[in-house]
Design a protein around this ligand. Structure first.
Ligand code: SF4
Ligand code: SF4
Length: 718
């Protein structure tokens, strides 16, 4: 279809005059695009370093999966399908667009390999591709203008909507498709009138419909239509190319690179500076992100790559409960800032403070680092590292929220946020009833063990959570593990301290713990706290491998070492709440569920938001001390989700989730009708023990709590 056999005699002359115009359009278009992209690169070149050049094959695999394979798009079915069709259409049409660029300059230009039968087949496919893309543009514009999914809305105070920009771009793409199709239709119609052999247009495609409409048009008019369609295509193509870097469509150019350079390791945090080791951090003048230029080049590439689809905010628990945070707008505001301060025409402005400028303190502190936004983003835009970097900047300037000052001071002086004495760290293991059946070794140099049970602050000091510690110890005992704890030598893992931006304090806690862990001689670590698990696995170096207790239990269940008594309560319906730092950040979804499913008679339902879409309970660690502005507690929303799923027992595997969920059950008025239990506690309660230990170690408090839901009461959730 692209061959130029259809060139009437008078058209040949006219065409040669037009070639100058087409060449000019090409030259201008390419020069403008090059200039605009070069200007857009300026902030990236001024930005902080970021190390993203490792593991090229893994990165290539991610490009194939997330960019070419559009892996995350179907998570939102309608929008996802529309996007996949548009993307596939673009890929198919890319060759034709390239051929068309050269067509009028070199009349017989054809992309290599696109002649003969292959070319004919490709033409049919492109006819359908152009048609599908056109209709997808109509549907997408209708969705933006008429049906407007809630996630497109702009909450008050978050800036302006980019709907006009989005619609304008959709219209431009639709025009491009029509021009492409009109060109193909007029070519075939003209050749047909000349009695030349013509390729078949794809039936019911846009070119096919247009060709039918042009059937009785005179040859000279067809020629003009064809030339006009070509001109329209070229002008629209270059206009689109140059306009995209001014708005949300810039992701068409940047997304491939953004996906290639995306973060590979979940659960990790970026260092304060990529090129500065911990030992030299004291030489760093300023920590964190304070001005736009403090972001890394990859983070600025993130800003350019956001498609404004709203999926991140739609899944953000902070946004859902009315905290002043919308991850989507963290990006949009930064991109708007970038475009304003680094204009295409003119010089860059001076860097201004971001917090207090485009962001508020509350916005930065409202994040629980749950990772739901990153999990959802189809373009792999990152948030946690940026938010932590903004917090590092605030902390560096002494800007610590009032409610966090006391726990941070206590962490500094006592190694735990409660300010409790170190010597009381192991008191949970000395409770009379417990100690008589379970001897927890303190690895203080006199006693040694293969396995270290890292308890962490909340389980050690919080009266309620100590039950999780005792259950964990009993399970380790039951499976014959040679284990012990650090006792007074253990400090807080520092997981939340680090995520709150207090890097120096985190390093002090970490270094102390690493020394104590190494001195213990343990060859592996077990913990029941996903935050400690994540810290030990990703934030610490030179410590033995770590497992969460749910992994240990799942393995022992499979090996037949742990067997369960059936659940007696037939009215209990269990649901598992995925803790963010076990699930999303470390991909442990199945082990806890496998354990639950191994308990005979246990009825389990899934909440709508589960596994990688789990809804944060309200944040662990220091979030327990932070008082955010919010309309509702996250935990309350979560227990309502459990009730909607028909559950009356929420099982979790994290002491922080337990604290938030138990509190939320009270606030939601579901006490007596809903209860929460930790996986370790449930296993401890249900596992079949050696005869001598069975009676004495069954934790009476947990049994009583479970029995409280034995009697069916008023239906939950309605
Ligand atoms: S990490 Fe969680 S709380 Fe923070 S912005 Fe993302 S979704 Fe929201
Ligand atoms: S960051 Fe990702 S999920 Fe959020 S609006 Fe942008 S493209 Fe969509």
């Amino acid at each position: 279809m692209l061959e130029s056999t259809y060139i009437p005699a008078q058209a040949g002359r006219w065409l040669s005059q037009w070639q100058i115009l087409f060449l000019t359009i090409h030259a201008l278009g390419i020069a403008c695009f090059g200039y605009i992209v070069a200007k857009r690169m300026v902030p990236l070149l001024r930005a902080e370093r970021d190390f993203r050049f490792d593991q090229p094959l893994v990165r290539l695999g991610r490009v194939l999966q997330f960019w070419l394979g559009q892996w995350k798009h179907p998570r939102y079915r309608t929008a996802g399908v529309i996007h996949i069709v548009i993307f596939a259409g673009f890929i198919v049409l890319a060759c034709r667009a390239f051929s068309l660029l050269f067509f009028k300059i070199s009349g017989d230009f054809l992309m290599p390999g696109f002649s003969g039968t292959t070319g004919n087949i490709y033409d049919v496919i492109t006819d359908y591709a152009a048609t599908m893309v056109f209709f997808c543009m109509v549907i997408a514009a209708t969705r933006r203008l008429v049906f407007k999914p809630a996630r497109y809305a702009v909450p008050p105070g978050y800036g302006k909507a980019h709907t006009v920009d989005a619609i304008f771009l959709l219209v431009l793409i639709a025009v491009l498709m029509v021009a492409d199709s009109l060109f193909a239709a007029s070519t075939v119609a003209g050749r047909f009138q000349q009695g030349e052999p013509v390729e078949a247009l794809a039936v019911l495609s846009l070119p096919w419909i247009l060709k039918s409409a042009l059937a009785s048009t005179s040859l000279p008019t067809l020629w003009n239509i064809r030339l006009g369609a070509y001109l329209l295509h070229q002008v629209t193509f270059y206009f689109l190319l140059c306009y995209r870097p001014f708005g949300i469509q810039f992701h068409v150019e940047t997304s491939l690179f953004n996906v290639y350079f995306a973060k590979l390791n979940r659960g990790t945090l970026k260092p304060v500076r990529w090129d500065v080791s911990d030992e030299h951090l004291d030489q760093v003048e300023s920590f964190g992100v304070k001005t736009f230029e403090d972001f890394t080049w990859k983070h600025i590439l993130d800003f350019y790559s956001c498609a404004d689809c709203g999926r991140c905010s739609d899944n953000c628990p902070s946004h859902a409960v009315g905290r002043p945070l919308s991850p989507r707008f963290l990006t949009i505001k930064a991109r708007d800032y970038s475009f304003k301060h680094y204009p295409v025409l003119g010089n860059a402005g001076n860097g201004t403070a971001l917090v207090g400028g485009i962001y508020s303190d509350d916005e930065v502190w409202s994040c629980t680092t749950c990772g739901a936004c990153e999990e959802e983003c189809p373009l792999l835009v990152e948030y946690i590292d940026k938010i932590v970097d903004l917090r590092r900047g605030l902390i560096d300037d002494g800007n610590v929220p009032q409610s966090l000052q006391k726990p941070l001071k206590a962490l500094e002086s006592r190694g735990n946020p409660y300010g409790k004495m170190e010597k009381k760290k192991a008191e949970w293991a000395k409770a009379k009833d417990f100690q008589s059946t379970c001897d927890v070794k303190i690895l203080d140099g006199n006693r040694q063990a293969d396995t270290l049970y890292f308890v962490d602050s909340i389980t050690s000091y919080d009266d309620r959570m100590q039950s999780i510690g005792r259950s964990t110890a009993r399970i380790l005992d039951h499976v014959g593990e040679n284990y012990g704890i650090l006792g007074a030598a253990e400090r807080d893992s520092g997981h939340e301290v680090r995520r709150f931006g207090e890097e120096t304090l985190f390093m002090a806690l970490r270094d102390h713990n690493v020394e104590a862990i190494q001195a213990s001689g343990a060859r592996r670590i077990v913990t029941a706290d996903p935050h400690s698990y994540n810290a030990l696995k990703h934030d610490y170096k030179d410590v033995p491998p770590v497992e969460h207790i749910s992994q240990v239990i799942a393995r022992e269940v499979k090996a037949g070492k742990v067997k369960f008594n059936p659940v007696e309560n037939q009215t209990a319906v269990y649901t598992y709440h995925d803790p963010c730092y076990l699930g999303r950040h470390n991909q442990i979804y199945d082990d806890p569920r496998d354990v639950l499913d191994a308990i005979p008679g246990l009825k389990r339902v899934e909440m709508k938001r589960s596994r990688d879409r789990s809804f944060c309970c309200g944040g662990g660690g220091l979030m327990l001390f932070y008082e955010p502005k919010e309309d509702q507690r996250m935990g309350v929303k979560r227990v309502q989700m459990a009730a909607e799923a028909g559950a009356n027992v929420i099982v979790t595997a994290c002491p922080f989730c337990m604290a938030n969920i138990e509190d939320a059950i009270k606030v939601a008025g579901l006490e007596g009708r809903m209860t929460a239990i930790d996986l370790a506690e449930l296993v401890d309660q249900q596992m079949i023990r050696q005869v001598c230990a069975t009676v004495s170690v069954n934790p009476p408090d947990r049994v009583a709590q479970q029995e409280s839901i034995l009697e069916p009461k008023t239906a939950i959730g309605g």
